[in-house]
Design a protein around this ligand. Structure first.
Ligand code: NAD
Ligand code: ZN
Length: 371
């Protein structure tokens, strides 16, 4: 098959960035891999975590892990897609370990090696530079801050061709994480109460999902007024600015005995504690926020024990992307999951502005238009 020649990619060369647009090339395509022409890619907080090396991810590297695009070429063993198919890229899993076999690929035992090692599992790279300096890639099995991405057929999801592709990239990580945490992991049910601590993409996707699921009390806690206002539009029944009032007290005031479910997406230890304290007896808190390696949190042991509270970590919304992402696309198309309200577009040349606007709270979900 014909592979693309030279093309642009955003490379991070040092902790803290910046993203620099450079010319790169495809090295090779393995038989189970697919070349995707990236139309647009979301930017997620985890890209900043990797840019700043809060996780030990090698540099120089091409980041980006919410790509959406069109299949350009397929390796000899690929059966899942053909050139021209519209696809959303997601995390890579091995398919052979126990969690994968149990149907929880987001908990793949090889997750870190496949998504965060900056190389294929055989040590090779899909991207290269003209000079022979190693360029790390394979971030979330995709490195989508580039005009083309090489992915395993396992981590692309075919989507209906009439859905607006440029909006769909964030379904591959941030949106699937929040929505999946609510629908797949916590299993928020009709009539229940839910509190999102953090109203970024992940928290607000959780809110949209809780609304779709029929939760009747939906509370959002954040420190940015615009996010709280948007939360109301997306289905929140109550919002709390935790700079102005204590969220645990406010939640008790609203609910009496606490919420059935809480979701922590700020990555802050004191907020984990608040999200557990805000639960009613037998309630469940999900942790999705990422923090610096080694961060710890403290809880009141008797509160957890006597009130039989459940605390669990959740990766990528416990989702099976090939099933869950098309379901979210369908909900969007039906007008019941308005992801467009979170998104603001940037041209590729303004990728550093997108990162800045995301970090200062101005933009909830930046999407970089590439092709
Ligand atoms: P984000 O930065 O847009 O959202 C975080 C929100 O928390 C912001 O709205 C911010 O204003 C709010 N916040 C910060 N401090 C607060 C405080 N003290 N009290 C209340 N709110 C506060 O990020 P996001 O894209 O929504 O991602 C959320 C987190 O989830 C990040 O840490 C990201 O790395 C992580 N993440 C995890 C997974 C996973 O699989 N577990 C997947 C995607 C993202
Ligand atoms: Zn992400």
């Amino acid at each position: 098959c014909a592979l693309p020649g030279s093309f642009k990619a955003a490379v991070v060369r040092q902790p803290g960035g910046p993203f620099e647009l450079e010319t790169v090339q495809l090295n090779s395509l393995q038989p189970h891999e697919v070349v995707v022409r990236i139309v647009a890619t979301g930017m997620c907080h985890t890209d900043m975590v990797a840019r700043d090396r809060l996780y030990p991810i090698p540099q120089p590297i091409v980041l980006g892990h919410e790509g959406a695009g069109v299949v350009e070429a397929v390796g000899a063993e690929v059966q899942k897609v053909v050139p021209g198919d519209h696809v959303v890229l997601t995390f890579l899993s091995c398919g052979a370990c126990r969690p994968c076999l149990e149907g929880v690929p987001a908990s793949c035992q090889n997750f870190n090696a496949l998504n965060f090692s900056g190389q294929r599992s055989d040590g090779s790279h899909a991207l290269c530079h003209h000079g022979n300096q190693t360029l790390h890639d394979r971030f979330f099995g995709q490195s989508s801050f580039a005009a083309f991405s090489v992915v395993d057929q396992r981590n692309l999801v075919k989507v209906r061709p009439d859905a607006p592709l440029e909006l769909l990239g964030p379904l591959g990580c941030g949106i699937q994480t929040g929505a999946g945490a609510v629908l797949n992991a916590l299993k928020v049910a009709a009539g229940s109460s839910f509190a999102a601590f953090g109203g970024g993409t992940v928290g607000l996707s959780g809110v949209m999902a809780a609304y779709v699921a029929g939760a009747t009390t939906i509370i959002v806690i954040d420190v940015v007024e615009e996010r709280l206002a948007l939360a109301r539009e997306l289905g929140a029944t109550h919002v709390i600015n935790s700079k102005k009032e204590d969220p645990v007290e406010a939640i008790r005031h609203i609910t009496g005995d606490g919420v059935d479910f809480s979701l922590e997406s700020t990555g802050r230890p004191e907020i984990v504690r608040a999200a557990v304290e805000a639960l009613r007896p037998r309630g469940m808190c999900g942790i999705v926020g990422a923090s610096k390696t080694g961060t710890t949190f403290a809880l009141d042991m008797n509160d957890v024990m006597q009130n039989c509270k459940v605390l669990r970590g959740i990766v990528e919304g416990d989702s099976i992307p090939d099933i869950f992402i098309p379901q979210l696309v369908e909900l969007y198309v039906q007008g019941r999951f308005p992801i467009d309200k979170l998104i603001r577009f940037y041209p590729f040349e303004e990728i550093n502005q997108a990162a800045h606007d995301s970090e200062c709270g101005k933009t909830i979900k930046p999407v970089i238009r590439i092709g």
